[in-house]
Design a protein around this ligand. Sequence first.
Ligand code: RIB
Ligand code: CA
Length: 311
Amino acid sequence: MAARPLIIDCDPGVDDAIALLLALASPQEFDLLGITTVAGNVPLALTQANARRICHLAQRTDVPVYAGCPRPLLRPLTTAEDIHGSTGLQGAVLPSPTLPLQAQPAVPWLIERLTTAAAPITLATLGPLTNLAVALIQCPDIAQGIEQVVMMGGSLGSGNVTPAAEFNIYVDPHAAKVVVEAGLPLTMIGLDVTHQVVTTAARLAALEKLGTPVGQAAAGMLRYYGQLDCDRHGLEAPPLHDPCVIAYLLRPDLFTGRPMGLAIETEGTLCLGRTVANAFPTALAPANALVMETVNAEGIYALLTERLGKL
Ligand code: RIB
Ligand code: CA
C-alpha cells in the first residue's frame, strides 16, 4: 500500500513527542511531508525547537519543521508547563536540534502544500488548531487537498483544563470552531478515548527495556509526564493523548466511534472551549465528525513499543 501523505501539526509537549516518534518510526505507512508547530503546551519558540529535537533523536532530519502561530486567534495563550515541564520535554535530555527551522512560516506552507497536492493529504492535529484555522480563513480552497483531519482534542465527558473543556480546544476555541465548521472529514479523538490509554509501570518498563536512546528518552519523558493529570482525574496511571492520533491512522481497528454533530462553545466562562456533541444526528442536524469512544489500550502500547524499537 502506498505511504499516506501526512502533515502533523503539534505543540511538543511530551505526548506530542511520543506521537512524532511513532510517526517517524513508520515510514512504510507515512510519507511525512512536514511538521508544523503551534504555541500550546509551551510557547512557539520551544514547540518548534522541540519538534526539531525529536526529528534529530529519531534520525529523521529529512522531515521539514515549520513554525506557525505564536498565540491563539483571539484569546491570550494558555500553556501547560505544569504538565510538560519548563522545556516542554521534561524528563529527557535532548541535544540541541541540528535540523534547521524552515524559513517559510507554517501557514503559508500549509496553504501552498494543500492547494498543490498531487493526492489529498491527511492532517494529524495534536495541539490547538490555530494554524489550520488561519490557513482555512486565508484560503478555504485548501479543503480540496485534505483527505481527512484526525484531531486530538475535546471531550464528551469532563475536561482537563476546566470541568468542561479539554486543553487543545480550550486554548483556542475560536480556531476549533473554524475547523469544525469547515466541512472537512474530521475524526475527533478526545479525552474519552485517551483517558483509557494510561502508561502503567509495565508499559513504561517495556519502553525502558528497548535500551535505545529513543526508548530511554521516551521512558524518561513518560516517567515525568502526566502525573498531575493522573492525580487530577483519579486515573490508574498517566494518560497518553497525542499518540492515539497516529495509532488511529496506523491501526483504526483498535478504535470504535460514531458519527456525531460537533459544535464548539466559544462564549462564557464555565463552558468555554466545550466540545458539544449531538450523538443522534439527523438530516436536519447532520453529523460533521466521527467521534471515537473506545480503544484497545494494550494494542496501542504494543504498537508504540514495537515501532519505537525500530528507531
Ligand atoms: O488535552 C491533551 C492535549 O493538550 C494534548 O495534545 C497535549 O499535548 C496538550 O496539547
Ligand atoms: Ca499536544
